[in-house]
Write a protein that binds this ligand. Structure first.
Ligand code: HEM
Length: 491
């Protein structure tokens, strides 16, 4: 098997390799890789590149991404993010451990609860902005991405990107990042292109990519911010609240282990946090909101639960109360299961010795992966996996499903920001379903299961008309019901 085979799907088909992996599992996954004996019972492993295996069995998933695993990230794939020196792209487990130790305190429950107001402020702004186009179809996918990038910038850096201020949510950073994401697999095979692009004079780069300005502006803003904190010792004392640089610059904890990362690394870390923390949450919001407003049963249950908890629509909705709501919690789990966040199987290199993965002996140096999407679509764990069905999480025993809900991956390199992601999803969904109504009548889209596999899943865009709900729920208020169901013909 040649590397060109994978490159064909990555580059020519622009991210279709996950679908091809699934196809391979249904056809070829019949050989025991140690002695090549046909098994014919199950098809849990396929060879997807000269030195690379993919496993579809959830037991193998948990072996590859096990807590304490010594497997390392596979360097070629992680190079294409052009973010060397960030926690996300470290290959060396020791470097990764130290950087995670430094960043973890900002993503602890205690830290997030302290900064909940910062997130809520951006949620409130999203609600205001998204309802400021009465009667007009709004690009909901862009609106959510603007909100999530503003949240992460405010939370990590006390900085404003103010993407939510952009006209109809066409913020240059968001559209630029989405455009750049499309090149991710091309950069994997031609890594010099990323640096070439970023070092071109502005006028030339703009000819290649109309969204160049947005990315360039963000790089400049981040570089200025890093220099500001590196060069002004007092700046951290006057920062609005605890930010990422309190933990990265002259770190006080574990003084003997932690030192200030280089300027390059600080830049890479900041850009990586902005990207890792915004696209993923934005995509989850898009998928969840689509299914909620498309499906009256789900929407009714969400609204009823939230209305019971907050009969007064104007009262604050704190995270510690939202997280206790069973249906909203089930809904968020189902959203994370179906939206898949990072959709490309995450490649790891087996080492330092050979390993046993899902009952197979795998030699040291082999690249292995298992896609979260395949775990989430496993019908033995999730009945009718292609159905968006939050109620599955309300059964008496959900332990098997909980163990296999892996949108944030598992093990030493699992998502660093997952506690923040949960809080964002509770605050965003809680406020949206209590306070807004989305009219999807002019959206032709019926399902949200199509996506481009560009490491993250880029789903179809959906549009809706958005209005604030009246004080009373629309399910008891005839005027509001007309907004959703249309005026009856006899009216
Ligand atoms: C629904 C939202 C999110 C999903 C589904 C998600 C998913 C993931 C996944 C699957 C990984 C592992 C990637 C890999 O192994 O290559 C990851 C890593 C990471 N995520 Fe998230 N993420 C989300 C939100 C966030 C947020 C809000 C932040 C905060 C800034 C964040 C920061 C990171 C970082 C820094 C890493 C790299 C960790 C490491 O390699 O050690 N993520 N995320």
């Amino acid at each position: 098997m040649s590397i060109l085979y994978k490159a064909y799907f990555d580059v020519i088909k622009q991210g279709g390799f996950l679908a091809e992996i699934k196809r391979l599992h249904t056809i070829y996954g019949t050989y025991n890789i140690t002695n090549y004996t046909p098994l014919f019972l199950d098809r849990p492993v396929v060879r997807i590149a000269p030195n690379e295996l993919h496993f579809s069995d959830p037991r193998a998933y948990h072996a590859i991404y096990a807590p304490g695993s010594s497997f390392t990230k596979e360097p070629v794939t992680y190079k294409c993010f052009n973010s060397e020196g960030s926690s996300f792209t470290f290959i060396d487990p020791h470097q990764s451990k130290i950087r995670r130790e430094m960043l973890n305190p900002l993503f602890s429950r205690r830290a997030i609860l302290k900064l909940e107001g910062v997130i809520q402020q951006k949620v409130d702004k999203l609600l205001d902005r998204i309802t400021s186009y009465p009667g007009k179809l709004i690009n909901i996918s862009l609106a959510f991405r603007c909100a999530t990038v503003d949240i992460i910038a405010a939370y990590c850096f006390a900085e404003c990107i103010e993407a939510l201020d952009a006209d109809e949510f066409n913020d240059p950073f968001i559209t630029g990042t989405l455009a750049f994401t499309k090149f991710i697999w091309i950069i994997k095979y031609f890594p010099f292109l990323a640096n070439l692009f970023l070092s071109m004079p502005g006028w030339l780069a703009k000819r290649f990519d109309p969204f160049y300005e947005g990315i360039r502006a963000l790089h400049i803003q981040v570089a200025k911010q890093v220099d500001h904190y590196l060069e002004n010792e007092d700046a951290l004392e006057t920062a609005e609240h605890e930010i990422v640089y309190h933990h990265l610059i002259n770190p006080q904890e574990y003084k003997d282990r932690h030192t200030t990362p280089s300027r390059r690394d600080l830049n890479a870390e900041a850009l990586s946090l902005l990207q890792a923390g915004s696209e993923t949450v934005g995509a989850a919001c898009t998928v969840g909101a689509f299914y909620a407003f498309k499906n009256e049963r789900v929407h009714k249950k969400l609204v009823a639960e939230l209305r019971d908890a907050w009969p007064d629509i104007n009262l604050p909705m704190p995270y510690t109360s939202l997280e206790k709501l069973p249906y909203l919690t089930a809904f968020i789990k189902e959203t994370l299961r179906t939206s898949n966040g990072v959709v490309t199987p995450l490649p790891r290199v087996v080492g330092p010795g050979d390993a046993d993965i899902g009952g197979y002996h795998v030699p040291v140096g082999t690249i292995v992966s298992s896609g979260a999407a395949l775990v989430h679509e496993n019908a033995q764990i999730f009945e009718n996996p292609y159905q968006f069905y939050p109620e599955r999480w309300l059964q008496a025993d959900t332990s098997l499903m909980d163990k296999n809900l892996v949108p944030f991956s598992r093990g030493p390199r699992m998502c660093l920001g997952f506690p923040l992601a949960w809080v964002e999803l509770y605050l965003l969904f809680g406020n949206i379903f209590r306070k807004l109504d989305f009219d999807l009548r002019d959206t032709a889209l019926q399902e949200m299961n199509e996506f481009k596999e560009l490491f993250v899943a880029i789903h179809e865009v959906f549009y809706a008309r958005v209005e604030k709900v009246a004080e009373q729920s629309k399910y008891s208020d005839p005027i509001n019901r007309f907004f959703r169901e249309g005026v009856p013909s006899s009216f």
